[in-house]
Every structure is written in C-alpha cells, then in structure tokens.
Design a binder for this molecule. Sequence first.
Ligand code: MEV
Length: 341
Amino acid sequence: MTTTGSAPEFDTAEIPAVLPDDAALAALAPTSVRAGGLGAAHAKVIVLGEHSVVYGRPAVAVPMAHLRAHAEARAVEGEVRLVTEEFSGSISELPDRLAAAGIAVVAALEHLGHPIRGVEVRVRSGIPAGRGLGASAATAHAIVEAVRSHVGGMIEEDDRFDLVQTAEREAHGRPSGLDARVTRATTPVLFQGGAIRPLQFAGPINLVVADTGIRGSTREAVSRVRRVIESDPRRGEGLLDELGALALAAADDLTAGDLRRLGARMLAAQAVLEELGVGHESIDRLVDAALGADALGAKLTGGGQGGCVVAVAPDTDSVPRIIEAMERAGAVGSWTVGLEA
Ligand code: MEV
C-alpha cells in the first residue's frame, strides 16, 4: 500500500514516506540532543461509514501510511511540558486546541505509573488538523508511544486504544473509536463493534484524497448529525441504517475489486451525509470535479462540513487527471492511496 501527495500548507516533503521513526525525528529536530522515547502513527481515510459509525454501524477505512504524526518524550525538570509548532510550555497552560494532546500525555504517564512531572513531549505532525484524516488520534498514539518508550514498560493494544480514546473524547466528544483503531492499522479495515477486521481487497485500487482547505470540527459535525436524528428519529435511524448497509457492501466491493459499485455507493453515501447536515459547497465542488475527470465516485470523508473528499479512480492512469481537476476546483492539497493486492 502506498500513499503519496502534497499539501502546500503543511510541508510534508521534509518527511519522506515511511521513514524509521528515529530518522524522521532527527530531521524534525536536528539540533536537539535526544535521549528520549519516540512514537509515530499515521492518518486514515474513511471510505464509507463516517457518522453512522458513531451509532454502531460498520465503516470501511484505509490507513494513509506516509502521512504521519511524530512525538518525542524526554526528561526535563519540573512540570510536564508540551512542544508543538504553535506552542511551547507547561501542560497547565495549553490552549484549547492542544487539550487532547495534553490529556494523552497525562493519561500515558498515569497508565505507566509515572509521576505527572519531569517529562517534555515534542510533537510534529504532517497530518492536517480538522480535515477528517485522524490527526488527533494519530497524535495521541504518537504521544502514548513516545511516553511509553521514554518511561519504559508495556502498553497492551486495548489499553493504547483506551488511552487514545480518552484524548479523543476531549477532541471529538463522542468518538466511535474508528480513528483510534485505524491510525495504527496496516491494512484496509472493516470497523465494527469497536474492533477492526483486515479487509481482503483485489487491487489495484486508487483513492484520491483532496483537501477543501476548510477546517471542519468533528465535534460540531457529530452534534449536527445528532440534532438531525433527534428531530426525526425514524428518518434518522433509516439514514444511519442506509450508511451502514452501504459500508458493508463497500467492504465486499473492495474484496471483489468492483470499483464501479464502490463508486456508486460512495455517491449514495454522499447524498445521505448531505441529508444528515454535514455537506458543504466546497465538498460539492471537489466531488463534481472528480466525477468530471472520470472518478467512479466521490464523497466527503471524516466529519465533513469542509475537510477532505475521497474519490475512487477507475485506474492508475486517471489519478493525475483527477488530482488536477480537484486542485483546479479549489483543493489545497491532495494525496493518493494506492492499494495493491
Ligand atoms: C471522524 O473521523 C469520523 C466520525 O464518524 C466520528 C467518529 O467516528 O468518531 C465523524
């Protein structure tokens, strides 16, 4: 599986695809003397099932292996500190936007039985935030692993999941757990009942992910969907069921390599997501542009109301055309996810 792409706003070019963590961090912090722990995790793209997954329906998602968040933990004097591109200081002074990262640090330290002091965590992420690509979950995983490898000890996979979910509740309010699972997955997965199952797929399958440039809030999008469902529960449940059925069928399409059916289901899901109130004109523009360049289907991915669009290409050769069309229609960055059987 490969992921490639560009995001002018976030210069990921300096983080070549899937480096060993050490090398990536050395590139990020060349002057620091490192005697600390390292952690990393990657982005994800939901092919089908966002929002309905919050209500227990299945979802299909794919890891974006080279789009990564990195963290490094090391010993310092005094209070726990967090360092990012936008902030450097004690976790008692974190801006709201970084509250989830702070919670990940504290949760990991507590889990490992370490005092809540004497550690600094430096975070650098190539995953654009607020675009539905799992930036907050990937960052939390990177932090948990950096703290673990600095402090020592083991963290079981389910405990890692719980620690990341603790941070995700701050970021999202009511996370399904999909992001926490898929940002550590290595294959396309079917997420159901809180767990992931690797999906067999018949490749090549080429997905194009394009960024509208509009930051969406997953928390707000999830609340919006809840309001729509509560305003008419019968209709709401019907829409959730429809998305769940589309996701299950999409898993079969991936297994069969039936990209036409997959594309049609993605378009059907986009219509349902619009009914649930999470569409946006910037999404419509990119979906139309992708279809105009022969994509077989396209839809929002993640929370919506901006964020990213995912399109499925008919073949590898048409990928550059689809990217170009989406960029002409306003995409500020794009990535491809190539699945080879
Ligand atoms: C966010 O990537 C996907 C949503 O379904 C929220 C969640 O699963 O927690 C919108």
